[in-house]
Design a protein around this ligand. Structure first.
Ligand SMILES: NC(=O)C1=CN([C@@H]2O[C@H](COP(=O)(O)OP(=O)(O)OC[C@H]3O[C@@H](n4cnc5c(N)ncnc54)[C@H](O)[C@@H]3O)[C@@H](O)[C@H]2O)C=CC1
Ligand SMILES: O=C(O)CCC(=O)C(=O)O
Length: 453
């Protein structure tokens, strides 16, 4: 007997209302949950036991949420207090896995939205990793290395007791790169007296890191976008591309687009964007952002000529055929999406987590723009973290070529799984539905197999 659609819709609406009631004010978390629930109607119709066993409600509640005080001393000798978070969301497919974000905007709801997304993303990789996320409202911008180190040491002094290579394995995200991972791992090692390399990923190559992890999210984003193009008989070669952000994901997305023959004409940071019609000069951008930690306006100052910096403004005003939002959540709204559609954009692939608002996604889908959601598109980063864990477990170190090849294969497999799931449900080309349905089904089946947990 099948469950009528209206009963299912009502049940899903009830789940969502409960999420709103139990998590007041956590708007980003609400948004992420609503987006996934919006795809689950047909899945539940086909598998009514997911409703009966209350799998969806269970998934809307993290397994564990940790909030802690992070006191540290700044260079002036003043005591500073930040708040630390780790949301251990789901461990049915493997140890909790997901990055740490250090940014002043981080609240519990931010970490919950990221952790929720991470469950399904990690499931899509097909690798044995559960979902989690963490972070702090600490702002590394303008802080000395010594201050960042003291903060990281204090953060890890509390968090270490929850971590372990079989328990919970953090990595980087906004504001957390190689420098922070080094300080965090150093403190973990010091407290535990164990060289447990697999407890954190994104490590330096000399101390247990994986080749291609730095590049993986950006490269993976472009591998996925390339598959989207190929699927409709197109290619990235010769395309005019805009990439927002200029951090880890953006930089390596720009690098790979260029290798595929596209031209990235604009990049941004939170102060504004630059337009360089000749194509973003990656050596300069890497030096500015990875070494000198400068604002993006310096790019225009140092390049000169026709390169322009637009303070504030909206990078999505720059016409492009392919748009890769790689900065932060809700950076591309309905109005920006309408501008992109008007300017002839035909592929949008989310390198960041949830960068497009629901209104923007609707605009793209109604205009038949190919739209790839972050949980599929940017999964290459966490997938390569899982490859780093494999190398740590086997005391091995793979070549760049081998790791990059595995990354490419994983991204092609995710694309295939998303596309075939969407087709199987009669929704060809709907990447949002395909990613949610495929990711959810993998997690839900594992939960059911393990009983009421
Ligand atoms: N690093 C990773 O492996 C992964 C990162 N992501 C997501 O990718 C996005 C970017 O992360 P990362 O590159 O790692 O961080 P990052 O800290 O290296 O770079 C973030 C970039 O976004 C810019 N940015 C932040 N807020 C902005 C705003 N309001 N407007 C314009 N630009 C803004 C920053 O200036 C910076 O250039 C985030 O959504 C993150 O969750 C997703 C998967 C994996
Ligand atoms: O590499 C990881 O474990 C986490 C990456 C991440 O935070 C993400 O996929 O959003």
């Amino acid at each position: 007997m099948t469950t009528p659609a209206t009963t299912i819709d009502r049940a899903l609406q009830h789940v969502y209302k409960e999420v709103l009631r139990r998590n007041p004010g956590e708007h980003e978390f609400h948004q992420a949950v609503e987006e996934v629930l919006g795809s689950l109607g047909p899945v539940v119709k086909r598998h009514p036991h997911y409703l009966a066993e209350r799998v969806i409600e269970r998934l809307c509640e993290p397994e564990r949420q940790i909030i802690f005080r992070v006191p540290w001393t700044d260079d002036a000798g003043q005591v500073q207090i930040n708040r630390g978070f780790r949301v251990e969301y789901s461990s049915v497919l493997g140890p909790y896995k997901g990055g740490l974000r250090f940014h002043p905007s981080v609240l519990l709801g931010t970490v919950k939205f990221l952790g929720f997304e991470q469950i399904f993303k990690n499931a899509l990789t097909g690798l044995p990793i559960g979902g989690g996320k963490g972070g702090s409202d600490f702002d590394p911008k303008g802080r000395s290395d010594a201050e960042v180190m003291r903060f990281c040491q204090s953060f890890m002094t509390e968090l270490y007791r929850h971590l372990g290579e079989y328990t919970d394995v953090p990595a980087g995200d906004i504001g957390v790169g190689g420098r922070e991972i080094g300080y965090l791992f150093g403190q973990y090692k010091r407290i535990t007296n164990r060289y447990e390399a697999g407890v954190i990923t994104g490590k330096g190559l000399a101390w247990g890191g994986s080749r291609a992890r730095t590049e993986a999210t950006g490269y993976g984003t472009v591998y996925f976008a390339n598959e989207m193009a190929r699927h409709v008989g197109r290619s990235l070669d010769g395309q005019r591309v805009v990439v927002s952000g200029s951090g880890n994901v953006a930089i390596y997305a720009i690098e790979k687009v260029t290798e595929f023959g596209g031209t990235v004409v604009a990049a941004s940071d939170s102060s504004g964007y630059v337009v360089d019609e000749a194509g973003i000069d990656l050596d300069l951008l890497k030096d500015l952002k990875e070494v000198r930690r400068e604002r993006i306006s310096r790019y225009a100052e140092e390049k000169g000529g026709d390169v322009r910096f637009v303070e504030g403004g909206n990078i999505w005003d720059v016409p492009c055929e392919v748009a890769l939002p790689c900065a932060t959540q809700n950076e591309l709204d309905e109005e920006a999406a309408t501008t992109l559609v008007r300017n002839g954009t035909h592929i949008v692939a989310e390198g960041a987590n949830m960068p497009c608002t629901p209104g923007a996604v609707r605009v793209f889908q109604e205009a038949d723009v190919l739209f790839g959601p972050g949980k599929a598109v940017n999964a290459g980063g966490v997938a390569t973290s899982a490859l780093e864990m494999q190398q740590n477990a086997s005391r091995d170190s793979w070549s760049f070529e081998h790791t990059d090849e595995r990354l490419g294969e994983i991204m092609r497999n995710i694309h295939e799984s998303v596309v075939t799931t969407a087709e199987d449900y009669g929704r060809p080309g709907d990447y949002v539905f395909g990613a949610n349905a495929a990711g959810f089904t993998a997690v839900a089946d594992a939960m059911l197999a393990m009983g009421v947990i």
